[in-house]
Ligand binder design. Structure first.
Ligand code: ATP
Ligand code: MG
Length: 605
């Protein structure tokens, strides 16, 4: 089975090999860290870094985190913990247009929910890339002065056209050869707001013929009049992401900068920026290194922020925290636990090879996590009334029989739950069959078989209660079955001597009518019917599962009175459920099914 989720992941992954090699070689030994992010001089004046490595989780605060982010969070925080390092939470908020405080708050809440913290030894390692705008601009001026960057005044179209493509080298901009002093003057004018948005950009001067298109003089600063959530209107020029990111890492003295594979082609530029800024004395060595791993792709979900937003805005789901959403707020509301997400992250592996992980891996992780700890309870999802017609004779009119069951079979110390059996009981509608199919071991009435033999009604055990024998059933005018009748079989009460004298093949879960709590039970299935909903040419909305949610009105056993939102249970025979953190309230029980006890998805047509 699994490693205990609280322990750092132990399975091999190539990042661990790299870190161990670096630690052995002393690559990062003797580094100084001044206690806060800063340039070379700042850190040189600091103390030796107590962290053996530094990693970071760098979300852009432009949307809600999803399950893919959980993998990145797990990877960065658990590697740091495992090797005596520190992981920073850094908001990569250099793009002024799409970022909002609402997302910052939600991300902080979710990283905490996953069980991670950025306070280490009294220092709080939560950073905003926008706090580095001053340094980034200084770096841009330094590169320009050194002749390593120039202001290009070509139109955007001309710049695109001169970039070439895979087969064709690009051509130099007419502004490429301008004197450094002229570029610097222009850059200062850009900064001072003397030019219109898009009129010119600052470009790194690298190689217009490079086989790596990202090295064909990439833009590093652009003019954009936009109010930033943190810096307001202080800036009208903003750094490009590919320039900003390596600088953020270096200012924070990150050692291992872990990202997903789509940034592999950016690595040479990442190194170019850092090497030159270190040569210019602005950034401290040793410099961070970027490493890429394959992103987590889970079948039957989409994770693109744009598509998730569409689902919310078009009303396909009820909101970002709809229990069918792969957002962390959605997964939390559905009942998935932090440990189940970490198990998924670990089991999906850390490698360079992309691929799709079956969604069932998440459900298996959830079951592995909850099986030893979720208290058991009985629930009836689709109720049918069962009347025990010999109750008064067998038990006594007005009497109830106390029953008890373990909260957790595997841990007797968790104690017992108490409830009572009475003359009227709710059972599942499909636990009764008027004409039972072959092999059906639940309730069926007395009948005559094809050969004309009279067969008695079937016998089953009401779990923790009594053996009963079915005697008949009732219908309403429309032919719908409204109740089933049965008799208690004497001397078969669970827990009494000789109770197993009468053998039954079927054991039914039930909730007594007199003390069962009415409950709304929300059953969820995959939101999409295709493994790769946004694969190929398909519009992901064309494969929505129309039956992704069923809402039932049922009953749960009285021991569940007073449970709070977020508490999780295994409803015997039905799966794992959570009290809905939004709608569950005193007097209104609402439970979400997290997952069934077994995977049934694969069997569906
Ligand atoms: P999306 O593409 O869904 O909008 P993003 O990559 O733009 O996500 P960021 O906020 O930039 O979102 O991501 C923060 C971190 O999470 C990055 O380091 C990114 O590589 C990582 N990340 C995002 N999606 C996944 C995924 N599916 N698997 C692993 N890591 C991921
Ligand atoms: Mg991104």
């Amino acid at each position: 089975m699994s490693t205990p989720p609280d322990e750092p992941a132990r399975s091999g992954n190539f990042l661990r090999t790299i870190i161990e090699r670096d630690l052995e070689a002393g690559t990062y030994a003797g580094r100084r860290f001044a206690g806060s992010p800063g340039d070379a001089a700042h850190h040189a004046a600091g103390a030796p870094d107590p962290a053996r490595i530094r990693t970071r989780f760098p979300p852009e605060p432009n949307g809600y985190l999803h399950i893919g982010h959980a993998k990145s969070i797990w990877l960065n925080f658990s590697l740091a913990a495992e090797y005596g390092g520190i992981c920073h939470l850094r908001f990569d908020d250099t793009n002024p247009e799409k970022e909002e405080q609402e997302y910052v708050d939600a991300i902080v809440e979710m990283v905490h929910w996953l069980g991670y913290d950025w306070v280490q030894g009294g220092a709080r390692h939560l950073y905003f890339a926008s706090d580095y705008f001053g340094f980034m601009y200084r770096a841009a001026e330094a590169l320009t002065e050194a002749g390593l960057a120039y202001v290009d005044e070509q139109s955007a179209e001309a710049m695109r056209a001169s970039r070439g493509d895979f087969g064709t080298p690009g051509t130099d901009s007419p502004f490429r050869g301008r004197p450094a002093a002229e570029s610097l003057a222009r850059l200062r004018e850009m900064r001072a707001g003397l030019h219109a948005d898009g009129a010119m950009v600052l470009r790194a001067k690298i190689d217009m013929a490079s086989p790596n298109l990202n090295l064909r003089d990439p833009a590093i600063y652009r003019i954009k009049r936009a109010t930033h959530h943190n810096t307001g209107d202080t800036w009208c020029i903003y750094p490009m992401y590919t320039f900003a990111h390596p600088i953020e890492d270096a200012l924070e003295r990150i050692t291992h900068s872990i990202c997903t594979l789509e940034f592999e082609d950016q690595r040479p530029f990442y190194d170019w920026v850092l090497e030159h800024l270190a040569d210019l004395g602005l950034l401290a060595r040793p410099l961070p290194k970027q490493y890429e791993f394959a992103r987590l792709n889970l079948t039957t979900i989409v994770t693109s922020k744009r598509k998730l937003r569409q689902l919310v805005e078009e009303g396909v789901v009820d909101g970002w925290d709809d229990p069918r959403m792969p957002t962390l707020v959605g997964l939390r509301r559905r009942g998935y636990t932090p440990d189940s997400l970490k198990l998924l992250a670990e089991r999906s592996g850390v490698s360079k090879a992309g691929g799709w992980i079956d969604y069932s891996v998440l459900d298996i992780a959830l079951r592995d996590d909850l099986d030893p700890k979720a208290p058991r309870a009985m629930a009836v999802l689709e109720p049918l009334k069962l009347e025990l017609t010999n109750w008064d004779a067998e038990v006594g009119a007005g009497r109830l029989l106390p029953c008890s069951a373990p909260r957790l079979q595997s841990r007797p110390e968790a104690g017992q739950r108490e409830f009572t059996l009475g003359p009227q009981v709710w059972i599942e509608r499909d636990d009764f069959a008027e004409n039972p199919p072959k092999g059906y071991h639940r309730l069926s009435p007395p009948r005559t078989d094809a050969a004309g033999n009279a067969l008695p009604g079937s016998r089953v055990r009401l779990k923790y209660g009594y053996v009963i024998e079915c005697t008949g059933f009732s219908r309403d005018g429309a032919g719908r079955i409204t109740a089933v009748q049965a008799v208690l079989v004497p001397d078969t009460r669970s827990g009494t001597p000789g109770a197993d004298r009468v053998k039954t093949k079927g054991v039914l879960t039930w909730v007594a009518a007199h003390d069962g709590l009415p409950a709304e039970l929300r059953l969820y299935e995959r939101l999409f019917t295709e493994d790769q909903p946004d694969g190929g040419e398909r519009d992901f909305r064309d494969c929505l599962n129309p039956a992704s949610r069923r809402v039932l009105q049922g009953f749960v056993e009285p021991s569940l009175a007073g449970v709070a939102g977020d508490q999780k249970f295994q409803f015997e025979r039905h799966g794992y459920f959570v009290a809905d953190r939004v709608d569950h309230a005193p007097g209104r029980a609402v439970f979400n099914r997290i997952t069934a006890l077994k995977d049934s998805w694969a069997k569906q047509p």
